[in-house]
Ligand binder design. Structure first.
Ligand code: TXA
Ligand code: MG
Length: 363
């Protein structure tokens, strides 16, 4: 692959008030022109940064897979900014999916629907269905509208690395491999969209994310399934097809309930230290408080505090960055604190377990 001169263009939050301001923004217009010519542009969404290309142009989509080092059978999400575009992309849309669009779009919900021929097979990894979402971020919407085409956009990380929640993360993974990085500051949610398969009789969650199962069930008034893989996640061995979100050091998720969990984290870290490991931990504020109260000596561990166990939205924004921080400190063993699996916690635990390749300790 030839090296590209990646340009980084800042579009700070305070630099625009209205969608019109962004539509006129020369950086958005130039980035859109690059997309129309088949180029690659990373842009912020409300979940994580995406790596966008013209989703209907085979060559452009092929270059996304190359830049990320992504297996070609792992399908991409098409990002749209207006509902009217859907007619060209998907066939029959069930009433339930229409209802979810009304309620959750723009937002972190991706719907998998039967694809129409205009969507190239390379975009869907050879599948007869296509994943579509309408991101809730002014820069993303302005870019999609200016490009005048749906953007195929996976998370803008190297395949297998933690997803990027800041432009800096995209820089560290994809510099020299893509044309432009639109830096719109940190993303809001921090975990990716929920992927919901709407091609069968009952909607099925393929990936938990920003919209939780309970919210989908409330909206539809029926139950929503979990994919077979998600149903048996905790305590299982790697069953997933693609490596994901993984830090470089071996990683384990420590299970349990407070305070046993807080104690277990310290005990496990101590045990590893005695074996000569450089230990990195990602823990809650509650664990940190407990350690301070109990005078636990954590001075020789690399500790990232991911937020409070009672505020999972805060934890969501911190998880991927925390994994990257621990990596940057070259620890040899990482321990991650488990979180309650209600609401957004289910998606967060899913990411923690994948980072650990489903290796758990405790309980
Ligand atoms: O929040 C997000 O969804 C972010 C932002 C950038 O929009 N995007 C993202 O894309 O996370 P990516 O490529 O990293 O993850 C897309 C997920 C993958 O797990 C993929 O297998 C699944 O969606 N997917 C895409 N198309 C599918 C299809 N037709 N059928 C089943 N799964 C599909
Ligand atoms: Mg991804």
């Amino acid at each position: 692959m030839t090296t590209k001169r990646t340009q980084i263009w800042q579009i700070p939050r305070g630099s625009y008030d209205t969608d019109g301001d962004l539509a006129r923004n020369p950086k958005i217009r130039k980035a859109a022109a690059i997309i129309k010519q088949g180029g690659l542009v990373a842009f912020p969404t409300e979940t994580v940064y995406g790596l966008g290309a013209d989703g209907l142009a085979e060559k452009a989509v092929a270059s996304i897979f190359a830049a990320k080092g992504r297996p070609s059978d792992n399908p991409l999400i098409l990002h749209i900014a207006e509902l009217s575009v859907l007619d060209q992309l998907v066939g029959s849309v069930p009433q339930s999916a229409k209802h979810l669009m009304e309620l959750f779009w723009p937002g972190p919900l991706t719907l998998v629907l039967p694809k129409l021929p205009a969507v190239p097979m390379i975009t869907t990894g050879g599948l007869p269905s296509v994943a579509v979402r309408m991101p809730n971020h002014p820069i993303a919407s302005a870019l999609i509208k200016a490009a005048g085409t749906p953007l195929a956009a996976p998370s803008a990380n190297t395949s297998g690395r933690p997803s990027p929640t800041r432009a800096e993360h995209v820089v560290s993974d994809l510099m020299g491999k893509i044309d432009v990085i639109l830096d719109g500051g940190p993303t809001g949610l921090g975990v990716e969209s929920t992927v919901l398969d709407c091609t069968g009789p009952t909607p099925k969650i393929l990936r938990p994310g920003g919209v939780d199962k309970e919210a989908l069930e409330d909206a539809l008034g029926t139950c929503v399934q979990l994919s077979a893989e998600l149903g048996k996640e905790i305590g299982s061995f790697p069953s997933h097809k693609y490596g994901h979100y993984a830090p470089n050091a071996p990683t384990a998720v420590v299970l349990g309930e407070p305070q046993g969990l807080f104690e277990n984290l310290a005990a496990k870290a101590q045990e590893l230290t005695c074996k000569g490991e450089q230990v990195g931990l990602m823990i809650s504020r509650e664990t940190m408080q407990y350690w301070q109260d109990q005078a636990v000596d954590f001075s020789h561990w690399q500790v990232v505090v991911m937020g409070s166990r009672t505020n999972l939205a805060e934890v969501g924004t911190a998880v991927y960055e925390g994994l990257r921080t621990l990596d940057a400190h070259h620890v040899t063993q990482i321990l991650l604190e488990s979180v309650p699996t209600q609401g957004l916690g289910f998606a967060i635990m899913n990411r923690l377990l994948k980072a650990a390749d489903f290796w758990t300790v405790g309980e």
